[in-house]
Design a protein around this ligand. Structure first.
Ligand code: CA
Length: 508
């Protein structure tokens, strides 16, 4: 007899729920009898939903205590609630949402938590000590990559206190409507990344000379001292020599820096999910939400994002806005994105992905309810438009698309020091500018990807660990990685995805 037949398990999250998800690896077969008396009328895969009661056509299907859709036809008790049986409900209307009417009370402060970081002159801190080399246009990317290869081989070994040299290549800068209103998004993203706290106040920009994004827009005070302009150089070797010389000066200064003890309140932690499954909202995201609450209590700045994955749960977030202005700003970001999708003749059904669906997520409503679990239970103190720098401590909503690379890039622009990334299906994603801690939703993924997953939240589904325990584990792990005491698997292997700018403005 298999363990599944011995110990069949489903997870019901809220008393109001009339569906639950199957927790056993490999799913459960027809005829499986649960201790509560429920019998499966057919095979139900792991992470997929079983009907706990008989549902007539058009009756609401409830998970997380919220309606995730309506029955397309009769659904028998104990049967598999397949995607084809669920008619998606419409998203919450944006016009009459409750705002700031359930602002959570300030939780007790967590005192005395520190990490070892690199203190910058402007008061910010870094979790890494990196030379960032920004580009003003993609034309220079090939030249910069050549220079960075040589810097890493010939110069970096002289400076053991420096972690890395990172080229900020992107596809913006020219051939774009630079004065279009929405061009401010990619422009401020590059501007804010150029002065990321992990770069220790050192700025180096490689430009071409004729591009629309003028390189002086990327340096502090528009100074020209930190710019190498390729069209001013005599030949290729001269270009490389100039970049290497300027890199050497900056690396020498960065090498003199040491980690010092800093309060956790100096940290800016980003959160996102990717390759989600039905366990995301049960294990990894609630545990991360618990960690987010701990970080907020310790005074840190925490960013949650991914507009398309909060849109359908927005009615649960606006009440937590700390005041009317923040609530309205949250709604405006949703409205902007509704319009953006409409313009592209896309709608929210473009999410979830096929892999999300195999993992048991039926539609974006269900995905959203699981996604917002990351936000924990703190008040929402501020809303950032895409690529804006975070300025308020506490829980911030940083508006970004859900795309992993675009969200990661925009959170970096917001000043993120470290990202926590939850995954159910599994993705090897990483960033070069800041560490990415990966949290798995299931034990099976942690075992399968034993050398890629940093923290396992699958133990929550099997009852081996409580949400609070894994939440503390994530919190401690963040401090260890931010301090340089632990290395994420992505950094260990050097798995770093390209930056990916969000440019909603026209390309010309
Ligand atoms: Ca994502």
């Amino acid at each position: 007899m298999s363990d599944n037949t011995n110990n069949p398990r489903y997870i019901k999250l809220n008393d109001k729920d009339n569906v639950a998800i199957i927790a056993n690896a490999g799913g459960l077969s027809e005829g499986t009898l649960f201790s509560c008396g429920l019998t499966l009328t057919e095979y139900v895969p792991e992470g997929h939903k079983v009907a706990l009661i008989h549902l007539e056509k058009d009756e609401p299907i409830v998970r997380y205590g919220e309606v995730i859709g309506f029955a397309h036809s009769t659904i028998k008790k104990g049967s598999w609630v397949k995607e084809s049986l669920v008619v998606m409900n419409t998203p919450p209307k944006l016009d009459d949402l409750p705002i700031a009417n359930k602002v959570p009370e300030q939780a007790e402060a967590l005192e005395g938590y520190t990490f070892e970081g690199y203190r910058n002159e402007d008061g910010t801190v870094g979790t890494k000590n990196v030379l960032g080399i920004t580009t003003s246009v993609q034309c220079v990317a090939g030249v910069l990559d050549y220079a960075v290869k040589r810097i890493k081989e010939e110069i970096l070994p002289k400076y053991p206190n420096v972690d890395d040299v990172v080229p900020l290549n992107h596809n913006y800068g020219c051939g774009v409507a630079i004065n279009a209103p929405e061009a401010e998004i990619p422009i401020r993203t590059v501007q804010n990344m150029a002065v990321h706290p992990n770069f220790g106040g050192e700025v180096l920009v490689v430009g071409l000379g004729c591009e629309k994004l003028v390189p002086t827009r990327l340096t502090p005070d528009g100074s020209t001292e930190d710019i190498v302009s390729l069209q001013d150089q005599i030949g290729f070797t001269n270009m490389i020599d100039s970049i290497m010389e300027m890199a050497d000066e900056r690396l020498a200064r960065l090498n003199k820096r040491n980690r010092v003890t800093c309060p956790v309140s100096d940290l800016v932690i980003g959160m996102q999910c990717g390759g989600s499954d039905a366990f995301s909202g049960v294990t990894a995201n609630p545990a991360l939400g618990y960690a987010a609450d701990l970080l907020v209590r310790a005074g840190a700045t925490v960013l949650f994002s991914e507009v398309t994955e909060v849109r359908d749960a927005i009615h649960l977030l606006t009440p937590r806005a700390v005041n009317e202005d923040v609530g309205k700003a949250l709604i405006e970001e949703m409205r902007w994105y509704d319009h953006y999708l409409q313009k592209g003749e896309a709608d929210r059904s473009a999410n979830p992905s096929p892999g999300n669906k195999v993992g048991g997520l039926t539609n974006v409503v269900e995905k959203s309810l699981g996604s917002i679990a990351k936000s924990g239970s703190s008040p929402i103190v501020d809303v950032l438009s895409p690529g804006e720098r975070a300025t308020k401590k506490g829980l911030n909503f940083a508006a970004t698309p859900a795309s992993d690379f675009v969200c990661g890039t925009l959170q970096l622009a917001s000043g993120m020091h470290l990202q926590v990334f939850t995954t159910g299906r599994g993705t090897p994603y990483g960033l070069s500018m800041a560490p990415v801690v990966k949290v798995a939703t299931r034990n099976a993924l942690t075992q399968q990807w034993h050398d890629l997953i940093d923290v396992n939240a699958g133990t929550i589904a099997t009852g081996e660990a409580a949400i609070e325990e894994v939440g503390w584990e994530i919190f401690d792990y963040i401090i260890d990685v931010a301090s340089g005491h632990k290395e994420t698997w992505a950094d260990h292997w050097g798995i770093h995805n390209d930056l990916s700018l969000f440019n909603p403005a026209p390309v010309t």
